[in-house]
Design a protein around this ligand. Structure first.
Ligand code: SF4
Length: 507
């Protein structure tokens, strides 16, 4: 099958860089629903621009290209051994080309394989079918939203919703709880796949497989169709909003299936996918592997640009700052301020924060902007690095370390997404620092704010996503969501949405 590997590389490239039409339409709805000028609207404006930029440049929509997961249907006689080999080749090549971030980490040694290959990665599911073509569907679901998956065992007592019993009302409560608990950390507005029943392992599998339904389809089971519609309505009344900034769009899709269960078990499994909902598919000619048609795409349908204007609409009220940052500058900021950052910025995420607890930083972090980001980087023939995707990662993972890092090393601005907890908030107040929320998933948008990649530290030890990258940025847009006065937009939205959740308890 001479075209098989190249067809699979094209599938990976398109999945990573070009959102399917149903997701674009849902996101257009989210943009239209939001009140202009709000933080949620600003976030969605950046997201819309980012979707366009990614498609135009064939760059990853989000720097976290997730766990590549393939669902493959083969006709009788097709060699699954040959197809698996081609999938592995295609994944390694797409990684080399910067369409996938090296995301496969040895769970025992912590070593990144560098090419997305390793034990059980990528994930490949095979099934035989009666058609002549090979069908390959791919989903790239990132870690931020994967961490917001949830599984409930009914009966259960849920925060703000009370008792959830072994019936559809209990199921409804579990799903609403999962959307509320995700807040902005899974890069809302999200889409969820749900499985009612089955066992723990297969329930999660079935929940994820619901993400292969188009967002605008209608469940053939009228009971589930009604539940899906109710969840869409109620979840969007919670006020979590884009990026957890508050607002009207918390969910762009809810797809539910039901599977038989053991009499003693009643699980509800929820697979949460961020707005960067990357899934596509192809049919391949089983003789030579060439693409015969795309799944989720209509060749007749023109793909309209998402963004209405040119990028982020500046108002002139933005606070322009250049690193190194001072305590006085940080104490002057308050929640809601939009900041345009210029100058040096350093990335650091999980491995780097753990390292900084035991070792001095490889650079001077006094007055620094520390960016929670695991970028996609490509090395040029002359040895220089170029950033191909560089959006923020979920910050709450650094909560155990962040306060100490701020206090010990003089960091003045922490940039990430989804917000952080009370320990960090207290450190911001004590030291005179701020938390800046970037727009999760806006990897192309932020890559364009990077003027230069100056250096990289600890690359050998931690791999590309976890190394400390020294960047020079220009007009890097972020919103102050935790300030040096003890205010946190995230805590406020969590509380306000909890009240909305309570109001839905007995609907
Ligand atoms: S959009 Fe957010 S949750 Fe989704 S992959 Fe990117 S960083 Fe992760």
């Amino acid at each position: 099958m001479e075209f098989l590997t190249s067809s699979l590389i094209e599938l990976i490239t398109q999945t990573s860089t070009n959102l399917p039409p149903d997701v674009r339409a849902a996101m257009q709805g989210a943009v239209a629903a939001e009140t202009p000028g709000t933080q949620a609207s600003q976030a969605l404006t950046i997201i819309a621009s980012n979707i366009d930029m990614a498609a135009e440049d064939e760059g990853p929509i989000c720097q976290d290209t997730g766990m590549p997961t393939f669902y493959i249907h083969t006709p009788a006689g097709a060699s699954q051994v040959a197809i698996r080999k081609a999938v592995l080749e295609a994944v390694a090549e797409a990684t080399r080309r910067g369409k996938l971030r090296p995301n496969s980490v040895d769970s025992i040694t912590g070593k990144n394989s560098g090419n997305n290959l390793g034990a059980e990665t990528p994930v490949i599911h095979f099934e035989q079918w009666e058609q002549d073509d090979i069908e390959v569907k791919l989903i790239l679901k990132g870690g931020g939203c994967e961490n917001k998956n949830a599984q409930y065992s009914l009966p259960a007592n849920l925060d703000h919703l009370g008792k959830a019993g072994r019936d559809l009302e209990g199921v409804r409560k579990c799903i609403l709880h999962a959307v509320w608990a995700a807040q902005g950390q899974g890069c809302s507005p999200g889409a969820i796949g749900v499985c009612i029943g089955s066992d723990r392992a297969h329930g999660y599998e079935l929940a994820k497989s619901q993400l292969f339904r188009t967002l605008d389809d209608v469940n053939p089971n009228p009971v589930l169709a009604k539940l899906e519609a109710e969840i869409m309505d109620e979840a969007n009344r919670l006020g979590v909003g884009a990026m957890g900034f508050g607002g009207k769009s918390s969910l762009i899709g809810c797809k539910i299936t039901a599977a038989n269960r053991l009499p003693a078990s009643f699980f509800v499994s929820v697979a949460y996918n961020c707005w960067a909902f990357r899934r596509l598919g192809v049919h391949l000619d089983a003789r030579h592997g060439a693409i015969t048609k795309w799944v989720y795409r209509d060749p007749e349908r023109v793909v309209e640009p998402m963004a209405k204007g040119e990028g982020f609409p500046l108002t002139g009220r933005e606070v322009v700052l250049t690193t190194p940052l001072t305590e006085a500058q940080m104490r002057a900021l308050k929640v809601g301020d939009v900041v345009l950052l210029n100058g040096d910025m350093f990335t650091g995420r999980d491995a780097m924060h753990a390292y900084l607890m035991k070792n001095p930083p490889p650079v001077d972090l006094n007055g620094a902007a520390l960016y929670h980001c695991g970028p996609v980087m490509l090395k040029q023939p002359d040895g220089a690095w170029v950033s191909k995707a560089a959006g923020p990662t979920t910050s709450i993972r650094e909560e155990p370390y962040q306060a100490d890092v701020i206090k010990r090393y003089g960091v003045r601005a922490v940039i990430g997404k989804g917000g952080m907890g009370p320990k960090t908030l207290a450190a911001l107040r004590e030291c005179g620092a701020v938390y800046l929320n970037g727009i999760g998933g806006a990897a192309q948008y932020y890559a364009r704010a990077i003027e230069k990649v100056n250096r990289v530290h600890l690359l050998e030890e931690f791999g590309v996503p976890e190394a400390m990258w020294h960047l020079s940025v220009k007009d890097f847009v972020a919103i102050v969501t935790m300030d040096a006065h003890g205010n946190s937009l995230h805590a406020d939205i969590e509380q306000a949405s909890a009240k909305e959740l309570e109001a839905l308890q007995a609907v």
